[in-house]
Design a protein around this ligand. Sequence first.
Ligand code: M6R
Length: 613
Amino acid sequence: MCGIVGYIGTKKACPILINGLLKLEYRGYDSSGISTMENGYISNMKDKGRVKNLYALDGINDLIGTSGIAHTRWATHGKPSKENSHPHMDNSNTFSVVHNGIIENYQELRNVLEEKGYTFKSSTDTETIPNLIHMYYSKDKNYDEKRFLRAVASTCKDLKGSYAIEVLCKEYPDVVIVARKDSPLVIGTGDNENYIASDIPAILEYTKDFYLLNDGEVVEVYKDKINFYNCNLEKIEKDVKKIEWDATSSEKDGYPDYMLKEIYEQPRSVRETIGARLKNNEVVDFEDIHLTKEYLESVNKIYLVACGTAMHAGLAIKPMFERLCKIPVTVDIASEFRYREPLIDNKTLCIYISQSGETADTIAALKLSKMQGAKTIAISNVIGSSISREADYTIYTHAGPEIAVASTKAYTSQVTLLALLALHFAEILECSDKALIEAIKNELLLLPEKLQQVLENVTEIEEFAKKVYTEHDIFFLGRGNDYAVALEASLKLKEISYIHSDAYAAGELKHGPIALIENGITVVGIITDPVLSPKTVSNIQEVITRGAKTLIVTDQALENGNYDKVIKIPKTHPMISEILTVVPLQLFAYYITKEKGLDVDKPRNLAKSVTVE
Ligand code: M6R
């Protein structure tokens, strides 16, 4: 769960590398480092802490090398420290390596290397890689231009687990070698220069032309050419892909934080999600996924599988899928699903939701279901992400780059896209009332405007957040879709504000959680479903009677109920209400966190993509 950047060209590499790392801090930020190819040697500078600490390192401004590799780390093996930071070098200081992923057999490899006399300075799995490369390199007595390449390829064959690596060799100063397996890596190409990164936004300001690497590939990156190989070092060809994202769309655009910017982008991101699928504002178009009526009629079970917020998007849309498509839907946490021997066969349709498309558990669950004969659809925000390359079909959310660790606009786009998919299946299956389908389509089209209205009415949320930011516990209640939003709102609050929070189905209150309600405690109620509203209102009254302070998010005309604050949002179809109700609660978490003076974009212990188990 780290970020990597590389450069080879005619400019000084160091500023380009640090600039790229700053854009990747969302992938990890407990230490960072860079290696550049200087005159006849590899410079290796690294430190614990944020990327900006690199600017303070002695000699960093003297680096003149025009090629280099860089890394921002989120610790897996070995605590955050200078020794454990990347790049790691071999014992002879010939090779320098940065690595993203986990080498599962590193202990075994380390034992072999130690028996041969290699020593280790760090407790990382990564340090085995430069030493293994050195071992193969020293054995190879064919001193041709491919000796470095062969050493890297042989090393990769020994590695079990996941990796994206960049390697420098002081004896081959004109090339950077990279390789990947189960960890993202792209190469951006320019005029007499090439860039490497684990994520596109790191280098998007320099180029829009990208090569996406597949598992097992090894690549020689020179400043003026790129040679692609498979794991057996047979040459392969690759096509350049144009990435249409605007470089500035991954910057802050004047907002104080990425999270706030991303919350405010939701009218636009949801419009993009809809625009890509609702052709001429009326026909739901998913023809790229070729699912026939015959196939959908044979499906007897749909699994929606994901982690964190993406899993909450699945929970929010399950009722709509079941009501419109009349197929049972199970929402599963990917890390549970992959180990619980789920019942899967060729009548199962598995839909995997992942903003990054790199979440290790979600990818593993997908691979498992494919092996057992299910059809798989990936819903991802990142073009060319690992999950998109594993699934039978991929549908992109088109929410644009999401940088803040706390997911906001990806959630609303995921729910919107899943709603469109449910409408599409229902239209193919002809099993739902056409008027209902049309009504939901019309409401979907109005969402961007209604999201804008929600975002214009934030003062009261901010005021309430200022009243409760010192609390130790905050609870969220709702029924139906409102319960799904309660879960997401609670996750948002705890992950960025560090306030303990739980969400309950309001009907469960009396089965235990009400014991936690005491004078002064804060409870947030979400009330949108007209059928369930009276019941949730009664539950909220029960907590008010016991002294709770309440914040209510609703589109209903509630009678005066002694609530401390009511946030009114525009009405939409109850099956998609979560796309609106979640927004004031994202802001609630945001304002509380700001009031506490915490870093909203980079909460402690969390990283944007969880690429390890
Ligand atoms: O990239 P993914 O959608 O697969 O990520 C899944 C979760 O790690 C992610 O949603 C996480 O829960 C966020 N921090 C929530 O804000």
